[in-house]
Ligand binder design. Structure first.
Ligand SMILES: [Zn+2]
Length: 339
C-alpha cells in the first residue's frame, strides 16, 4: 500500500509501505476513503517538532476491512469515523467525556492515516459507524468530524458557548472556522471572527460570524472591547497555540468569561498574576472528539451542517507533498487527500 512518510522537516514522500495487520484483538484495519493534512502536521514540517522518517496523518474515514477477535461494535464493511486518539470509551475518564485522556489512550491512527490502510487500536471505543454508506459528497464533512470539526466543537463547549453569548474566535484555520460553525449551532448570539484573509473571512461569515476583526495584538483586543460595550467576549475560542493567540484570547475575554483553547500549545507561557486578576476560566487541550462524534455524524448525515467546505484543495494521496507545501505557504486552508 502507499502512504506518506515525513523524512525530515520539509521532506514529505509517498512510498510503498507494509500493509498494516491486526496486532491486538481489539484492533481494526480500515481501508481509507479520504484523509487529510492537519495544521498540526505543519509543526514538524516547519521544524518546530522533531520528525524522522515518521508515518503521517491522524484524520481518517473509511471502511472496516478487518477486525480483531474482540471487536464487537463495528463490522467489516461498515463506514466509520474515528479520531486522533484511540480510547476504550469505558473508563471513568472516557465516561466523563474526556476520551483524549483515556487511561488506555494511544494514537488513533497507529500506522499513520495518510495512507491507503490504517490500523486503529481499541476499535470498539474509538470508531463510530455511520448509519449506512455515505453519499460521496458527505465524505469531506465526515472527515472533518474526525478532527477539525470535533476540535472546534470542543473549543466552543469548553468556552461555554450558548444562547445570549458573544463569542470571539482567535485563529482562522480550519479549527477556528469550524469553531464558528459550532458556536452558531450551540446558539451563540454574536460571533466575532479574527481574520485578515478575504477567503477565510467569507467562510467565517458563511459559518455564522457576524463581525470580522482584522487588527492584531492590542488593537485587536481594543476592537473586541469596542464591539462588546467595553467588556470583552463571554466566550473565546483559541485555535492557534502561539503566545500571541493565547494573550489575545485572555485579554479579549470578560471577567467571568471562558476561554476554550485547542491550538496545540507551542512555547505559550501564562503569567500568573495576569491570569489571577483576569477572572477568566481556562479550559482546553486535545479535544475529546469521540464524545461529539455521534452528534456530529448525525448533523452531517441530516445535512444540517457542511463542515467539509473547509477543504479548499483536494489532491490524490500521491501528491501529498504538494498538499503540505500549499498549506505551509497558506495557499490552502485544509487539504483533503483522496485515497
Ligand atoms: Zn477510557
Amino acid at each position: 500500500m502507499r502512504g506518506v512518510i515525513m523524512y525530515a522537516p520539509g521532506d514529505v514522500r509517498v512510498e510503498d509501505r507494509e500493509m498494516p495487520a491486526i496486532v491486538e484483538p481489539t484492533d481494526a484495519i480500515l481501508k481509507l476513503s479520504a484523509t487529510c493534512i492537519c495544521g498540526s502536521d505543519l509543526w514538524p514540517y516547519r521544524g518546530a517538532e522533531r520528525v524522522d522518517h515518521t508515518p503521517m496523518g491522524h484524520e481518517y474515514v473509511g471502511i472496516v476491512h478487518e477486525i480483531g477477535s474482540d471487536v464487537k461494535n463495528v463490522q467489516v464493511g461498515d463506514f466509520v469515523v474515528g479520531s486522533f486518539f484511540a480510547s476504550d470509551n469505558t473508563c471513568e475518564i472516557c465516561l466523563a467525556g474526556y476520551q483524549t485522556h483515556c487511561v488506555h489512550r494511544q494514537p488513533g491512527a497507529a500506522t499513520g492515516a495518510q495512507s491507503e490502510y490504517v490500523r486503529v487500536p481499541l476499535a470498539d471505543g474509538t470508531l463510530v459507524a455511520t448509519p449506512g454508506q455515505p453519499d460521496p459528497d458527505l465524505i469531506p464533512s465526515l472527515l472533518a468530524a474526525s478532527d477539525v470539526l470535533g476540535t472546534g466543537w470542543f473549543a466552543a463547549v469548553a468556552a461555554e458557548v450558548g444562547p445570549g453569548k458573544t463569542v470571539a474566535v482567535v485563529g482562522d484555520g480550519a479549527v477556528g472556522l469550524l469553531g464558528i460553525l459550532a458556536a452558531k449551532q450551540l446558539g451563540a448570539e454574536r460571533i466575532i471572527a479574527m481574520s485578515r484573509h478575504a477567503d477565510r473571512q467569507a467562510l467565517a461569515r458563511r459559518f455564522g460570524a457576524n463581525d470580522i476583526v482584522e487588527e492584531r495584538g492590542a488593537e485587536c483586543v481594543a476592537r473586541i472591547k469596542e464591539l462588546t460595550d467595553g467588556l470583552g467576549a463571554h466566550s473565546t475560542i483559541e485555535a492557534v497555540g502561539t503566545q500571541e493567540a493565547m494573550d489575545q484570547a485572555l485579554r479579549a475575554t470578560r471577567a467571568g468569561g471562558h476561554v476554550g483553547f485547542v491550538g496545540v500549545s507551542h512555547g505559550v507561557e501564562i503569567e500568573g498574576r495576569q491570569l489571577f486578576f483576569s477572572g477568566v476560566h481556562l479550559h482546553g487541550g486535545p479535544a475529546p472528539v469521540r464524545r461529539f462524534l455521534p452528534e456530529l455524524i448525525d448533523l452531517i448525515w441530516r445535512r444540517e451542517i457542511d463542515p467539509g467546505v473547509v477543504f479548499d484543495l483536494v489532491l490524490p494521496l500521491e501528491e501529498a507533498a504538494e498538499g503540505y507545501r500549499a498549506m505551509d505557504e497558506r495557499r490552502a486552508t485544509k487539504v483533503l487527500l483522496t485515497v
